[in-house]
Ligand binder design. Structure first.
Ligand code: GLY
Length: 517
C-alpha cells in the first residue's frame, strides 16, 4: 500500500510493488514522480528523511540539505536576505538520498524506478487541487524567477497538461548516469550558473561534497508500543519521544480526546518539548545533542511541572534561554509492502514551491531551506524566532528540521506508518495521530481526520483545528490563548492488529490517495 498526497504518484508506487519491487523501490519511484507531479514540495532540488523498518530492523536516511561553504552565521540577521531568493537555497540532498536508499535496500534496477517520473515530466494532466495551488502561487509573481514563470505561468484548470521538458532531461540523466552526474555533471554547472546569475551561494564544490547519511533512528516506547522515530537533524523524533514519555505519566483516556482536559494536557506536553527543541537541537555533526532529552526520567521531571487545570506561561520555562521578544510546505508518504517492510518518507522544498526558482536548463525547483536555520544569533523572541547556538548557520551544516517520519511497531510487527508537512506543526500533527491511535484506538481514517492541535512554546498560544463547541472557551478559562488554524495532511497506514488488514488514510485535508492491492 502507498498513501501520498498525489494520486498519480501513489499509483506509480503501487505499480512498483505489483511488479515485485519492495517498499524502498516504491518509495524511490514515488519520490521522483512527485518531483514532477507535486512540484510544490516533491523535489530533486530539496531534501528530506526516509525512515525504513521491518521486524527488529530500523534505519534512517538523512538527505537534508546543507549550507553552502559561502554561508555565514549572520546572513539572515539583518533581514535583508529574502525568504524566496537564491541565497535561501541549501545544497540539495534528495538525489543522493535516493541513491543511498537504493544501494541499501533496492531490488529493482535504478533506471526502472525513474522511468515513470521521466515520462510524467514530458506531460501529465493536472488535477483540480494542483491547478488551484499553481494558480494561487502565480498571484504573487514578484516572488519567482523568469524560468518558474515560463513553466508555471498560465491559468490552470483540471485536465490541462503540465510539461516540464528540461526536468525530463535531468531525470533521464539521473536515470542513466546516477547521482554523480547530477552532483558533478551538467546539472551542477547549470545550478552554479543560476546561483551566480541570481546572487546565490551554492557552488559546484558544494554539490560535489554533498553526502547523504545513514543514521540510527531513535527508538522509544509508549504503553507497550515501540516508536521508531527520526533522529537529529530532525527535531521531530526527539520531540515526539519526549512528548509521549510525558504523556505516559498521565492517563489521557480518562477524558474524551477533544475534551478541554485532554487538549490542555497535550498542549502542556507540546509546550515543554518545543522548549527543549529550541535550546538543544541542531545538526548532530556540529552540535552535541544531550542524551537525557528522550529519557523517561527527564519526562517525569517535566511532567511534574504540568498543572492539569491551568496553562503554564511559556516564559516561565525559558530557563537558560534569554527571551527578547513557519510556515513550511513539505510532503509525506507512507508505504508498506507485502513482507512488512515499511517506509515513512517526508521531503521538502521548505515553503510551497520552495524558493520559486527553477534552475535554467535543468528544470528543477530549488528549495529555500536555509530559512530553517536560526536567523539571529542570540535572539529568541516571544513571537517564535529562535536564536540559540545549536541551529545557527555554518558551512556544510544541516538546518534543523521538524520533519517527523515515524513508524510504530507492536511485538516486532509494523503497526503504524505516518508523517506530515507543516513546518513546526508537523511534530504535533504526528503526536495527534499517535495519541489518537495508541491511546484512543481510532482507525487510521478516524485518527487522521480528527481535529488537531499545536503548541510550539513561543508564541505562547495554542492553535486548534475546528473542534467541539465550547472547547475554545473552556481552554481560555484555563489560561490558554487559542487560535484556529488548519494543520498539515498526514498520509498514514495503520495495520489492524486483529485482522492484519492495511488501513490507508489519505488525508481529507487534501485529495491524496491510498493505493493498494
Ligand atoms: N522545511 C520543513 C522542515 O524541515 O521542518
Amino acid at each position: 500500500m502507498v498513501v501520498c498526497v498525489c494520486p498519480i504518484a501513489a499509483d506509480v508506487g503501487v505499480g512498483v510493488l505489483k511488479a515485485g519491487g519492495n517498499a524502498v523501490d516504491a518509495a524511490i519511484a514515488v519520490a521522483f514522480a512527485e518531483a514532477v507531479t507535486w512540484p510544490e514540495a516533491g523535489n530533486i532540488g530539496g531534501g528530506g528523511f526516509m525512515l525504513v523498518a521491518n521486524g527488529s530492523m530500523a534505519t534512517f536516511f538523512d538527505y537534508r540539505e546543507t549550507a553552502p561553504a559561502l554561508a555565514t552565521k549572520t546572513m539572515f540577521a539583518d533581514g535583508k536576505v529574502d525568504f524566496r531568493s537564491h541565497q535561501s537555497a541549501g545544497v540539495p540532498g534528495t538525489v543522493r538520498g535516493m541513491v543511498l536508499a537504493h544501494k541499501r535496500f533496492g531490488t529493482k534496477p535504478w533506471k526502472d524506478l525513474l522511468a515513470p517520473a521521466v515520462k510524467l515530466a514530458a506531460g501529465f494532466p493536472v488535477d483540480a487541487p494542483l491547478a488551484k495551488r499553481i494558480n494561487d502561487v502565480m498571484k504573487d509573481p514578484k516572488t519567482m524567477n523568469a524560468e518558474f514563470k515560463r513553466i508555471f505561468g498560465r491559468e490552470w484548470k483540471a485536465g490541462d497538461t503540465l510539461k516540464q521538458l528540461e526536468l525530463a532531461k535531468t531525470l533521464a540523466g539521473i536515470a542513466d548516469h546516477g547521482a554523480n552526474w547530477f552532483y558533478t555533471g551538467p546539472p551542477a554547472e547549470q545550478l552554479e550558473a543560476e546561483m551566480k546569475a541570481g546572487g546565490g551561494l551554492i557552488r559546484k564544490a558544494d554539490l560535489a561534497a554533498y553526502e547523504a547519511k545513514e543514521r540510527k533512528p531513535l527508538i522509544g516506547t509508549y504503553r507497550g508500543y515501540e516508536i521508531v522515530a527520526a533522529p537529529p537533524p530532525s527535531s521531530g523524533g526527539t520531540a515526539i519521544l519526549q512528548s509521549l514519555n510525558m504523556l505516559e505519566q498521565f492517563d489521557p483516556k480518562k477524558h474524551p480526546r477533544h475534551s478541554p482536559e485532554t487538549v490542555h494536557l497535550l498542549a502542556e506536553v507540546q509546550r515543554r518539548a518545543f522548549r527543549d527543541r529550541a535550546e538543544f537541537l541542531g545538526d548532530p555533526d556540529f552540535t552535541k545533542i544531550p542524551a537525557h532529552l528522550t529519557s523517561k526520567d527527564h519526562a517525569k521531571k517535566l511532567a511534574a511541572t504540568i498543572d492539569l487545570a491551568k496553562a503554564t506561561k511559556s516564559e516561565s520555562l525559558a530557563g537558560a534561554i534569554p527571551i527578547a521578544e513557519s510556515g513550511g510546505d513539505t510532503t509525506h508518504f507512507s508505504i508498506v509492502d507485502k513482507n512488512g517492510l515499511c517506509v515513512s518518507n517526508t521531503y521538502t522544498l521548505e515553503m510551497n514551491f520552495g524558493s520559486r526558482i527553477v534552475v535554467r536548463g535543468a528544470g528543477f525547483i530549488l528549495n529555500n531551506e536555509m530559512t530553517d536555520f536560526n536567523p539571529i544569533p542570540g535572539t529568541t523572541t516571544r513571537t517564535g524566532k529562535i536564536g540559540t547556538n545549536a541551529n545557527l548557520v555554518a558551512p556544510g551544516k544541516r538546518m534543523l528540521s521538524s520533519m517527523t517520519p515515524t513508524i510504530v511497531r507492536k511485538d516486532g510487527k509494523p503497526y503504524l506508518v505516518t508523517g506530515s508537512p507543516g513546518g513546526r506543526t508537523i511534530i504535533n500533527t504526528v503526536l495527534c495521530v499517535l495519541v489518537n491511535t495508541l491511546d484512543y484506538d481510532m482507525t487510521a481514517t478516524e485518527a487522521v481526520d480528527a481535529p488537531r492541535q499545536h503548541h510550539q512554546w513561543f508564541p505562547d498560544r495554542m492553535s486548534l483545528e475546528k473542534g467541539p463547541k465550547d472547547l475554545v472557551e473552556k481552554l481560555k478559562a484555563m489560561g490558554h490563548a487559542v487560535t484556529e488554524a488548519r494543520q498539515g495532511d498526514a498520509h498514514t497506514i495503520r495495520i489492524d492488529p486483529k485482522t492484519v488488514l492495511f488501513q490507508g488514510a489519505a488525508d481529507m485535508r487534501l485529495n491524496g490517495k491510498a493505493s493498494g492491492y
